[in-house]
Design a protein. Structure first.
Lengths: 164, 603
């Protein structure tokens, strides 16, 4: 996490093979381009009411998405090389035909032990204990099952990062 | 049959080997014996000649004889040359020649008569032979061999007459002979134990020794030339084929022994094979065929042999049991695995479809909170404040207008989101519809042993200590086989048995009884098997009986509900072409559940 104009920026990497789900992540973690009407309302709000502090309290997300585990490993490596590693990596467990999310998480965790890894699974066939065994150590590791509320997930991600 | 062919082949090979290898060896031995006899006979005749030569060697170089032939000892003839001399010397002929072949004295015995002669031609008509006998010189002072006489063949020896110190000159020849007549040969036969025959030679006589194998004897022949080297006699010996005869007899006895031994061995092998191998293997084959036709892997061969076949039978029993257990496990596992895979797939699809739906609902929820961050009330308050500057009032008015526009847009977005959510809900419904379509697929039916299924289903009853519920299975259940989906039927029967158990426990019966029986019956010309689960539990009233198989019906509390419902059981039995029914005499009187299923062929 880094800060721009007193506002927290949380870097999130998402890998999921379902484009519809990726879109949900973008909506939950992305920054929508405000419409003209929204910009006017925001300007009036800022002028008539002091909202600077409220804005500072709301973190901003920087999201990178991909569809395969191997792409996620590559994206994490690039960010690390650039000196701005991801704060949170969210991985779908099953992403055929490539490696699964747990293997991708293991590769990312090897080079970045501080990253928060979140596994999101549409199946219940892999218990959290198995994920913890495959991606040691068993800390900064989270598991959510679909269907899930992405808004809630975004709030949880903020809590994870701020708890570090 | 195979054994007979094998034994016959063995006999044929043995006979062929004996005839082709052993019998010729006996012939060779016979031939060797015949050759030996021939040589013995020849040796005997040669000994005769040598003996005769020895006598002439005594008489030829003798001073008295010398003096006699030169005319210096006239008394020699009266004192030495007389008839007894021939008898004493065992001679048939004695002739003395003076020098230059001049006949001096001669005598021979023939046909029991003694005959005096003036010339040897009276006995030996051939002058050439006589010349060789009567005249000798330094190069040929003796002659011996066979000659032809008018009384038959004779062995003869002639020796030159010299002084006793064997100095000459040669003054004549002394000739001695013995007839080779039947009496002479008889002595040799007796002495040598060989059948000796002398035959005259002719132009066709082979110049070498020959052997002829005849049926009873082996004839060996050898030509005997006369003293001039001309073909004269054939010495023949006839040797009985005793070795071949003994060999043939031995072969015949051996063949007989082999035949008897072979027959006994074949009989013993046939009995042993039949008793120890063929019959057990036949039993094993019938057992395998029975399993194949019935599909019943619970049957046991129960072979009590203690040999390898018995071990094979026991191992086969073990194998079948393991296959039976493996099939049960596999069926259960495949059923569960199939269900698990299907459930996982359905869950995965539904979860993926619901994920954007929930996201849409989140957005709609967020939309409903649109007014939370808007400060419309505060703005109207500022507008109403007389101290608020008009320009600022206009700004607040603009803010209120913009806020309502934002609310309107958010509302429109929320409506769009709701439409998306509705669309995604349809996707979920589509997935469920797909699954419903698969749910209507008819299960695979097979021949199922009733006792097998009931025995397995009975395991569903919890183990108790002490035991309060006794489950009994009627005898003879093993003869009933039904056409059913094995796992489905197993679940139905397990459910009925578990219901009976729980009914007994709910009723607080101190000695619960569950009995499992079956019987066959004809329903609309179709052979059916009726399986009955009877308990002495709580039972039910008539009102319950009418609804007991309805969807959602249960007499248990929610926490007690552990198995499949009776509604599912009824559907499962119906899908197998059967019927299920229940009856009770009333509450507290126990209950009976009847499952009627099509009988398997022969079940």
């Amino acid at each position: 996490m880094y800060t721009i104009q007193n506002r927290e920026i949380i870097k999130v990497l998402v890998a999921d093979d379902d484009e519809r789900v990726i879109e949900c992540y973008r909506e939950a973690f992305g920054s929508e381009e405000p419409t003209r009407q929204m910009r006017a309302l925001s300007a009036l709000t800022a002028e008539l009411f002091d909202t600077t502090r409220e804005l500072e309290d709301q973190p901003k997300f920087e999201i990178v998405t991909c569809n395969q585990g191997a792409d996620a490993i590559q994206a994490a490596a690039m960010a690390r090389d650039e000196g701005e590693p991801f704060d949170v990596v969210i991985l779908d467990v099953r992403m055929p035909p490539g490696i699964d999310g747990v293997e991708a998480g293991y590769q990312i965790r090897k080079h970045d032990p501080d990253v928060e890894i979140v596994f999101v699974s549409g199946n219940s066939d892999m218990p959290i204990e198995e994920m913890q065994r495959r991606v040691p150590p068993p800390v900064r590791l989270h598991c959510f099952h679909k269907p899930l509320s992405f808004v809630q997930l975004a709030e949880d991600v903020v809590k994870m990062v701020r708890a570090q | 049959m195979t054994l007979v062919i094998l034994i016959s082949a063995f006999m044929a090979v043995s006979y062929t080997v004996l005839q082709l290898v052993i019998a010729p060896a006996f012939d060779d031995l016979d031939i060797a014996a015949a050759r030996s006899d021939l040589h013995r006979a020849e040796s005997a005749l040669r000994n005769d000649i040598e003996n005769l030569e020895a006598i002439t060697a005594d008489w030829g170089p003798w001073d008295d004889m010398y003096a006699y032939t030169t005319g210096q000892y006239p008394g020699f003839e009266s004192s030495n040359l007389n008839r007894p001399t021939l008898a004493n010397l065992g001679l048939d002929l004695l002739v003395v020649y003076a020098a230059e072949g001049r006949f001096l004295w001669g005598h021979y015995r023939a046909d029991q008569k003694s005959v005096s002669m003036n010339t040897l031609n009276a006995l030996i008509p051939n002058d050439t032979d006589i010349a060789a006998l009567a005249v000798h010189d330094e190069n040929s002072y003796r002659t011996a061999g066979y000659v032809r006489t008018v009384h038959g063949p004779m062995i003869i020896s002639s020796r030159a007459i010299l002084r006793s110190d064997e100095t000459g000159p040669i003054e004549g020849a002394v000739v001695m002979g013995q007839f080779l007549n039947e009496a002479h040969l008889a002595k040799h036969r007796e002495r040598t134990d060989v059948d000796i025959v002398l035959q005259p030679a002719d132009a066709s006589t082979a110049p070498i020794e020959t052997i002829e194998l005849q049926a009873e004897v082996v004839s060996a022949r050898k030509p005997l030339p006369d003293i001039a080297g001309r073909p004269f006699l054939v010495l023949q010996t006839n040797t009985p084929r005793e070795i071949s005869s003994l060999g043939t007899h031995t072969i015949n006895v051996t063949m007989l022994f082999l035949f008897i031994a072979g027959a006994l061995a074949a009989g013993f092998m046939w009995f042993t094979l039949r008793h120890n191998i063929l019959r057990p293997i036949g039993k094993l084959s019938a057992y395998i065929a029975d399993i194949r036709s019935s599909g019943d892997l619970s049957r046991k061969l129960s072979m009590h042999h203690h040999d390898e076949i018995g071990v094979l039978g026991k191992q086969f029993d073990t194998l079948v049991t393991e296959v039976h257990n493996a099939r049960q496990a596999l069926l259960d596992q495949s059923f569960k695995a199939g269900k698990a895979d299907t459930a996982a797939e359905v869950l995965h699809n539904i979860r993926n479809a619901m994920t954007p739906m929930i996201n849409g609902i989140d957005r709609v929820r967020k939309s409903f909170n649109v007014t939370k961050n808007l400060r419309i009330a505060e703005s109207t308050k500022q507008i109403a404040d007389p101290n608020c500057p008009p320009e600022r009032k206009q700004k607040f008015l603009d803010y209120i207008v913009a806020s309502f526009e934002h609310i309107e847009n958010t509302g429109n977005d929320a409506m769009a989101d709701l439409e998306i959510v509705a669309s995604q809900a349809k996707q979920v419904e589509g997935i469920l519809s797909d699954q419903e379509r698969f749910a209507t697929v008819a299960p695979v039916v097979e021949n199922v042993m009733v006792d097998d299924v009931l025995g397995e289903a009975a395991n569903i009853i919890p183990r108790e200590n002490p035991k309060t519920v006794e489950l009994t299975m009627a005898g003879g259940l093993e003869k009933f086989r039904v056409r059913a989906h094995r796992i489905g039927l197993l679940q139905v029967m397990g459910n009925l048995i578990l219901n009976a158990y729980e009914s007994i426990k709910r009723a607080g019966m101190p000695a619960g009884q569950i009995s499992l029986t079956a019987c066959s019956e004809m329903v609309d010309d179709t052979a059916m098997i009726r399986v009955i689960v009877r308990d002495n539990g709580g039972g039910f009233n008539k009102e319950t009986e009418s609804v007991i198989f309805r969807r959602g019906f249960t007499s248990k509390s929610e926490s007690e509900f552990t198995g499949l419902g009776l509604h599912w059981c009824a559907n499962a039995v119906a899908s197998m072409g059967g019927k299920i029914s229940a009856s009770s005499e009333g509450e507290g009187c126990g209950a009976e559940f009847h499952v009627l299923l099509p009988a398997a062929q022969g079940g």
